[in-house]
Structure formats: C-alpha cells, structure tokens
Design a protein. Structure first.
Length: 98
C-alpha cells in the first residue's frame, strides 16, 4: 500500500520539525507528567471534529490498514462472512418451506 502524503506539506517545515525533535530529546518523567496534566486539563479530544471532506474521510479510512496483513482487514472479512451466513440461512429457510 502506498504511503498517504499530505498534499499541503511543506518540505522545509517538515525538515525543521524533524531537526527540532532531535534537539529536544526524550521527555523526562516530570515533562511527561506535565504533558499528561495539560492534556487532561485542556481535553483537546473534545474539540476534535474529525475529517469533514470525502477526501479526508478516505485518508482516515486507510489509517487502520497500515499494519494489516493481506489486502483485506479482519473486519472486512467478518462482514463478508456475516453476509454469507445470512444467505445460507435464507437458503435453508427456503428449502424447509418447500
């Protein structure tokens, strides 16, 4: 599967972000605790609306497929199996009726 790349990503900005990340180094225990406390205080997940455009929704739908093995996910296979089992049940009911 091809990597999904943001259309509006600026290479200079990406490079600068990588450089800044290496300068900061790993978080200390205190820094991690402050980050957790800040996240719980501000609760940014409550303001998140998720993708709104069809293109954004398509990109997000691919996120879960990054680590899957094979072309189809377990969820897709199970959905197909449910449909097949439903059809088998209908065939059984039809045979019993005849």
């Amino acid at each position: 599967m091809a990597d999904v790349k943001k259309v509006d990503s600026n290479p200079r900005r990406v490079q600068t972000g990588r450089e800044n990340r290496t300068k900061r180094g790993p978080l200390t225990l205190e820094g991690g605790q402050r980050l957790r406390e800040s996240a719980h205080k501000n609760q940014p997940w409550r303001k998140s609306t998720g993708p709104r455009t069809p293109a954004g929704k398509a990109i997000v739908a691919k996120n879960g497929k990054v680590r899957q093995i094979g072309p189809r996910s377990v969820r897709e296979i199970r959905a197909d199996l449910r449909e097949i089992m439903h059809l088998i049940g209908l065939v059984r009911k039809t045979r019993e009726a005849v």
